[in-house]
Design a protein around this ligand. Structure first.
Ligand code: SF4
Ligand code: SF4
Length: 60
């Protein structure tokens, strides 16, 4: 499993929907940048679907 975030698309200053949504608490924010711990991810794809900026890809 891989998580890819396109930081050119991500609007972390105004969004952070993925942090709120992820049931496994995968995401965090450091210095206004979304970071993640891929080892916690169960591949539910909810973050990929919620991101209005099309910035997240979950890759199996
Ligand atoms: S939901 Fe998308 S745009 Fe919003 S913080 Fe997460 S990756 Fe960035
Ligand atoms: S696929 Fe599901 S568990 Fe993995 S980071 Fe996205 S919301 Fe969290």
């Amino acid at each position: 499993m891989e998580i890819n975030i396109d930081y050119e698309k991500c609007d972390s200053l105004n969004c952070l929907e993925c942090l709120d949504l992820c049931p496994m608490d995968v995401f965090d924010v450091e210095d206004n940048t979304v970071v993640f711990d891929v080892l916690k991810c169960v591949g539910c794809l909810a973050c990929q679907e919620v991101c209005d900026y099309d910035a997240i890809r979950i890759i199996y």
